[in-house]
Design a protein around this ligand. Structure first.
Ligand code: PBG
Length: 327
């Protein structure tokens, strides 16, 4: 038996394993998605995402400071307007006093010097029908009319202090339209985090509760089909041509092959979004004692990094960053 290969030699002790680990997860790689809800005086826990909150202005600032102290790389903010403020055009998305823009100003004032403030540049939280765009007379999402709204929204977010705009709506031409408008208004330094490959996913389920959205229909005319791989490369190329500074793949765990494809080809940094359903699945299984929560979270983040993500958006960002600081 002396002649057999023995790869176990390098797995024998924690020190050996640490020495040869190929992938690491550091706090700076993690971005915390956050929700600010209009009219809240206390944070409200999201039922399907235990441990994740819709924030009030105070709790948003507090959670942002905690995240920054834990060393996270950035914060991605979503706004939850009052139901009566939603309309077919999502007009509150671009209003300077809309909840998301107020939240961005608060984050930028509180932690803007210490971390990267990112904004969700999409209409679905603000439209009464829940789509990521405006609708035409037939009820279909009108791509080009939506671009005009995204541009207004992007300019308002840049004005409110966002460093990075997350274009998550999957409209054709959105990155180019926003880049041009930013440049024309002198905002050449505002960067775009392009959701290059975003799939229509059942795993977004808990997010609907997080942003209090009741979607009419589905997003399959604009988000990608889970069956497809090649079109992610096409989407990547289009977003790069249009000026994406960072590209993202979303969801993460069911799309690690796509993440690897994109990471192999992208000349710009690559992000992946570990979405609400991924959070809820691990949380629920851990609550039942079926999996080891911390080990499962760290394994999932390591897997996403190993598949090629430079940056990982995860609802565990602060907690995981604390664990990683100490390790
Ligand atoms: C759309 C958007 C969604 C998420 C982030 N941005 C929902 C969707 O596309 O249906 C989902 C994030 C998550 O599930 O954690 N603006």
């Amino acid at each position: 038996m002396s002649g057999i290969e023995r790869p176990r030699r390098l797995r024998r002790t924690p020190a050996l394993r640490r020495l040869v680990a190929e992938t690491s997860v550091e706090p700076r790689h993690l971005v915390l998605p956050m929700f600010i809800a209009d009219g809240l005086s206390e944070p409200r826990e999201i039922g399907s995402m235990p441990g994740v909150f819709q924030h009030s202005p105070d709790s948003l600032r507090k959670a942002a400071v905690e995240a920054v102290e834990a060393g996270v790389g950035g914060l991605m903010l979503f706004g939850v307007p009052k139901p009566e403020d939603k309309d077919p055009e999502g007009s509150q998305a671009a209003a300077p006093e809309g909840i998301l823009n107020r939240g961005l100003r608060a984050l930028s004032a509180e932690v803007g010097d210490a971390t990267v403030v990112m904004a969700d540049t999409c209409l679905d939280e603000f439209t009464d029908h829940g789509h990521c765009g405006v609708l035409d007379a037939s009820g279909a999402v009108d791509n080009d009319a939506t671009l005009l709204r995204y541009v207004e929204m992007a300019l308002a977010q840049a004005e409110a202090g966002a460093d990075l705009l997350g274009t998550s709506g999957m409209m054709d031409g959105q990155v180019g339209a926003i880049r041009e408008a930013l440049d024309d208004s002198g905002r050449t330094d505002t960067a775009i985090l392009a959701y290059a490959a975003k799939y229509a996913s059942a795993f977004y389920g808990p997010f609907r509760e997080a942003v209090a959205s009741s979607l009419q229909g589905d997003r399959r005319t604009y988000q990608q089909d889970a069956a497809n791989r090649r079109e992610s490369i096409h989407e990547l190329e289009l977003d790069l041509e249009q000026g994406a500074d960072i590209v993202m793949v979303k969801p993460a765990m069911a799309y690690l092959d796509i993440l690897r494809d994109v990471a192999d080809r992208s000349p710009v940094p690559v992000a992946a979004y570990q979405i609400s359903g991924e959070y809820s699945m691990i949380t629920a299984a851990a609550e039942r004692g079926w999996i080891d929560r911390r080990a499962a979270i760290l394994e999932s983040l390591t897997g996403i990094r190993r598949a090629g993500a430079d940056i990982v958006l995860t609802y565990w960002a602060t907690e995981a960053a604390r664990w990683l600081c100490r390790s």
